[in-house]
Design a protein around this ligand. Structure first.
Ligand SMILES: Nc1ncnc2c1ncn2[C@@H]1O[C@H](COP(=O)(O)OP(=O)(O)O)[C@@H](O)[C@H]1O
Ligand SMILES: [Mg+2]
Length: 462
């Protein structure tokens, strides 16, 4: 079946019209909350499905409940039943003209597996600042297909969120990356258009909910500037705004042999993230190496850690999450035992999230000499990105958000180091060096709070 269906979605506001008219590869639309972005996404997706028989459209939102209430339900009310039918288990609306709209939400690495190999002509990312840079890049890879439909990526956004930085960089700052070695990877400024939205654009909303503006105006200053006026400098929402390239990031240098070295990691099958640190004469910590990989069993994680630790590097201790000491249901053993058997004895880090995150903050703060206690070699890019992007927990602002899960692993590894570091410094680090008292295997596997002597255990075994 071909042809164009008659459908009157109602009058679009001027910004929505610009959004509909954009012919760019990437169209950003946003700023204020309530400008009519989600309405524009629904309407544009439906118009596309009706007017381009056979087109494949993906509408994404971060969580399923948001997807359900903002897109699936309203869209099902809009479509004429004789023109399309909805498959609830596939979350896909199939049109009789061969078009389809798939509704998706993003669950991190799992979603990468789910979407791998799929192809779409248009992708809508609603509330894009809730998505990580990695998710955006991944989804961009789905924008392909051997047909004549122009490929389009539509991004709607409010300031604040884990994706604040990449959305602002591409659409507000237009600070595009050029890659001299691979010019085909260059971001082409011509491909990007941004349409700023304000609440005032949405006459329909102001008419139906006159209290909305009052509600926005009553918000704290930074939220009001972000949500009412779409001010991208008002709100990052990030937990570690103090992290600064100038203050905390250093080109790599040869680390003196006598600096003590430590490792810390976060482990799960979804992600193993390991960080290496060296401590200078003033007790400053320098994170000098990072490694992360998903899908590693303990043996592989241990091997990866050992392979990336150079022969001359003596690691005083490897700090690990407390759940490494939980007994596995089937084997009755702990991961700590497994790491131990693979040549990596580990030391249990304290689990207090709030305290641990505060500790990172303490270490990022300047000392009286003007320099912080924690610095990063610039090659630790992924860790730096995650520390910059991770958000404060909305319900508990003293803590980091646990979602999206994919940005938490490297920050967790850093946290395990920082809490353990502060603890071992308090216990008198000097006594930890050289005096190999050790602890028993039993003590080790119970994850008993380590004594100083334990810090040498890694040295004995390796
Ligand atoms: N052109 C329009 N015509 C009628 N109602 C609209 C229009 N644009 C937006 N709305 C309504 O205004 C409200 C807010 O719009 P929405 O798209 O949810 O804003 P945003 O996603 O930018 O926060 C919704 O109830 C939406 O249905
Ligand atoms: Mg919306």
């Amino acid at each position: 079946m071909s042809g164009v269906y008659e459908w009157d979605p109602g009058e679009a506001n001027p910004k929505q019209k610009l959004f509909f008219a954009s012919r760019k590869l990437y169209t950003g639309y946003g700023g204020a909350k309530g400008g009519g972005k989600t309405w524009a996404v629904r309407t544009k997706a439906l118009l596309g499905a009706y007017n381009y028989p056979g087109i494949r459209i993906l509408v994404m939102r971060r969580t399923y409940p948001e997807l359900q209430s903002n897109h699936i339900e309203p869209m099902l009310k809009l479509v004429r039943p004789e023109l399309a039918s909805y498959n609830g288990s596939l979350h896909t609306l199939y049109f009789v003209n061969g078009s389809l709209i798939h509704f998706g939400h993003w669950a991190g690495e799992e979603s990468e597996l789910e979407y791998n190999g799929q192809e779409y002509d248009w992708i809508f990312l609603d509330e894009a600042t809730q998505f990580t840079w990695r998710a955006f890049q991944f989804l961009g890879g789905l924008l392909r297909g051997v047909n004549d439909f122009p490929k389009r990526f539509y991004v709607t956004c409010n300031p604040g969120g884990v994706g604040h930085r990449w959305v602002k960089r591409l659409f507000i700052d237009r600070d595009f990356i050029t890659n001299r070695e691979n010019p085909e990877e260059n971001e082409n400024p011509e491909d990007y258009l941004f349409i700023p939205a304000t609440v005032e654009d949405n006459a329909a909303l102001l008419k139906s909910s006159p209290g909305y503006l009052r509600m926005l105006s009553a918000m704290p200053e930074n939220l009001r500037r972000a949500y009412r006026y779409g001010d991208w400098d008002a709100l990052g929402g990030n937990y570690f705004p103090e992290l600064s390239e100038a203050l905390h990031v250093s080109p790599p240098f040869q680390i003196p042999r006598h600096w003590r070295r430590y490792r810390a990691f976060d482990y799960g099958l979804d992600m193993f993230a390991c960080a290496w640190f060296a401590v200078d004469e003033q007790g400053r910590s320098w994170m000098y190496r990072e490694y992360s990989e998903s899908g590693l069993i303990v043996q592989d994680a241990a091997r990866a850690m050992l392979e990336r630790t150079l022969p001359g590097e003596r690691i005083e201790a490897t700090f690990a999450p407390p759940d490494m000491w939980s007994r596995q249901k089937d084997s009755g053993r702990t991961m700590a035992e497994l790491f131990f058997e693979c040549g990596v004895p580990i030391q249990r880090a304290a689990n207090s999230r709030v305290q641990g995150h505060m500790m990172i903050k303490e270490m990022l703060a300047r000392r009286p000499d003007g320099r912080p206690s924690l610095l990063f070699f610039e090659n630790c890019r992924q860790t730096l990105d995650d520390v910059r992007d991770i958000q404060a927990d909305e319900r508990q602002p003293n803590d980091c958000a646990r979602e999206p899960h994919e940005v938490t692993h490297r920050v967790d590894a850093l946290r395990y180091y920082c809490v353990s570091r502060v603890e071992s410094a308090a216990e008198g680090e000097a006594s930890a060096a050289g005096e190999g008292e050790g602890i028993s295997y039993d003590e080790f596997i119970t994850g008993r709070a380590p004594r100083d002597g334990y810090l040498n255990y890694g040295g004995i075994l390796r």
